[in-house]
Ligand binder design. Structure first.
Ligand SMILES: Nc1ncnc2c1ncn2[C@@H]1O[C@H](COP(=O)(O)OP(=O)(O)OP(=O)(O)O)[C@@H](O)[C@H]1O
Ligand SMILES: [Mg+2]
Length: 468
């Protein structure tokens, strides 16, 4: 997928690795440079030490030579011999150390040549002549010649050392500059890497973690029944797909719930209408016919002669039975759909219900105006079923029915002081009430602890209910 998560993560990780790698490569390069600068600085120190040692050898040789010439003691020649023996190695070391600097190399060669010449052309002949004729070796001329040669060698040494000192100072300055650069590169590399990693983490958080966390929390709300939740769209790649799919899914779930609620309401309304029609048919048709039959029977009985008494008694009995059956039918049709509810509203219908209840009922109805018919019918059936349950199951001393209207809708409760333990079962009356109330968008709850009575509470929205 173009701009997909995998591609973006790979690109971002690659970029991070490249930049961090470049920072560390720069650091490594600077460290190598630093090591080279330090090596060169310490090489200068070594050159100075060797040059110093070489000069001391020449001075030692001259001192031994002078001592021998003056005292004629052969033991003064020992340092002269020792210096001569040690000279070649030190000279070679010095020449090797300055091999990378042609100027210094030339100076070192001049020093070595001058020292060798001093030895060959001056010192050795002087020792030989001192051994033959000590007085000849002590002449001012001979001493002056040796002093000149030595001064020349020393002057060359001075130039060599001064140049090397300059070089050493320059190399030290370079080494210090490289050290500073290395420290700066390390600090910049470290700070840059930390910054990049933080930026990368922030990017991952913004592009992936936050949207996924939001989607998880919205999915939780959706699972809890809040079908109105939507994710802000605008994410890229798979995150965008996730957001759009989530919103589509939530939208269709919400639509399905709306459809389901509407169809439940239609089913309940259709059932109520059918019940009302049956009640009317019974009331206007069958009940009226039965009543006129009773009247006809009583008229027929009155028309019969007093004797014999038996037919009159039988007709009276049939008329009474028929009247009683008519009363039963009236009660039955009132249960199917109470005509008093359609005519007078909740208060008279509930008053009649409470009066008929086997358990004493305290009725507290605060419903100032008529409510939409579906709400009135639902409220009536909730109270009716609850009171029937109290009579059937609760073994209660009394029940309390309360109805209140607020801006939210109608709130009703039915409480009893019976044995408790009410549990809605599939297909039973309480489940039917839940269906009826939820079909209107309301809620219903049953609280019933064993030994502590039962409380049934329902909230029914009033606005938006179709009265037809
Ligand atoms: N007020 C109450 N007090 C004690 N138990 C109750 C009460 N109301 C209901 N119950 C218990 O809860 C069960 C479920 O009640 P529900 O009204 O759903 O069914 P039902 O009354 O048994 O049958 P139906 O209502 O279909 O005639 C009842 O069987 C009863 O055991
Ligand atoms: Mg019941």
């Amino acid at each position: 997928m173009k701009g997909g998560l995998t591609r973006r993560t790979v690109v971002a990780s690659g970029l991070l690795a490249l930049i961090v790698g470049a920072a560390f490569a720069t650091l490594l390069f600077t460290v190598a440079e630093l090591r080279e600068a330090e090596r060169r600085a310490s090489q200068s120190q070594e050159v100075l030490v060797v040059a110093n040692r070489l000069e001391r050898l020449i001075v030692d040789a001259e001192t031994g030579l002078r001592g021998f010439v003056i005292t004629e003691q052969p033991n003064f020649l020992e340092p002269w011999h020792a210096a001569h023996a040690a000279f070649p190695e030190q000279a070679a070391t010095l020449e090797r150390l300055v091999a990378d600097n042609p100027d210094q190399q030339a100076r070192a060669q001049r020093i070595v040549q001058a020292a060798e010449s001093y030895h060959q052309d001056y010192a050795v002949p002087l020792v030989e002549s001192a051994q033959r004729d000590p007085a000849s070796a002590r002449t001012v001329a001979a001493t002056e010649a040796g002093k000149r040669r030595l001064d020349a060698i020393r002057a060359e040494f001075d130039r060599f050392v001064a140049t090397e000192d300059d070089l050493a100072a320059g190399r030290q300055a370079h080494s210090d500059a490289v050290t500073n650069r290395a420290v700066a590169a390390a600090a910049a590399g470290l700070a840059g890497s930390v910054l990049l990693i933080v930026l990368f983490a922030a990017y991952l958080n913004r592009a992936i973690v936050s949207p996924v966390r939001l989607a998880a929390s919205m999915a939780g709300r959706l699972a809890d029944g809040d079908l109105g939740v939507r994710l802000p769209e605008g994410g890229r790649g798979e995150i965008g797909v996730l957001e759009r799919s989530f919103n589509t899914m939530a939208g269709s779930l919400q639509e399905s719930r709306v459809q389901l609620t509407r169809s439940r309401a239609r089913i309940v309304a259709a059932a109520d209408q059918a019940r009302r029609r049956i009640e009317r048919d019974l009331h206007d048709g069958t009940q009226q016919r039965l009543v006129s039959l009773v009247l006809n029977l009583r008229a027929a009985r009155a028309a019969l002669p007093a004797e014999p008494a038996e037919p009159r008694r039988q007709l009276a009995e049939i008329a009474d039975e028929l009247a009683s059956a008519t009363d039963d039918l009236r009660v039955l049709s009132r249960g199917i759909h109470p005509a008093s509810l359609s005519e007078g509203g909740l208060r008279p219908a509930l008053t009649a219900l409470a009066r008929r209840s086997a358990v004493p009922v305290e009725l507290d109805v605060d419903v100032p105006a008529r409510l939409p018919e579906p709400v009135e019918v639902a409220a009536f059936y909730v109270v009716s079923e609850a009171l029937t349950n109290v009579a059937k199951h609760a073994r209660a001393a009394s029940a309390h029915v309360e109805l209140r209207v607020s801006t939210d809708g109608l709130h009703l409760s039915v409480r009893d002081d019976g044995v408790g333990g009410a549990v809605p079962r599939p297909g039973s009356g309480l489940i039917g009430l839940i269906d009826r109330v939820e079909a209107l968008g309301g809620t219903i709850s049953v609280t019933s602890w064993t030994g502590q009575g039962t409380a049934l509470a329902a909230d029914l929205p009033v606005s938006g209910q179709d009265s037809s």
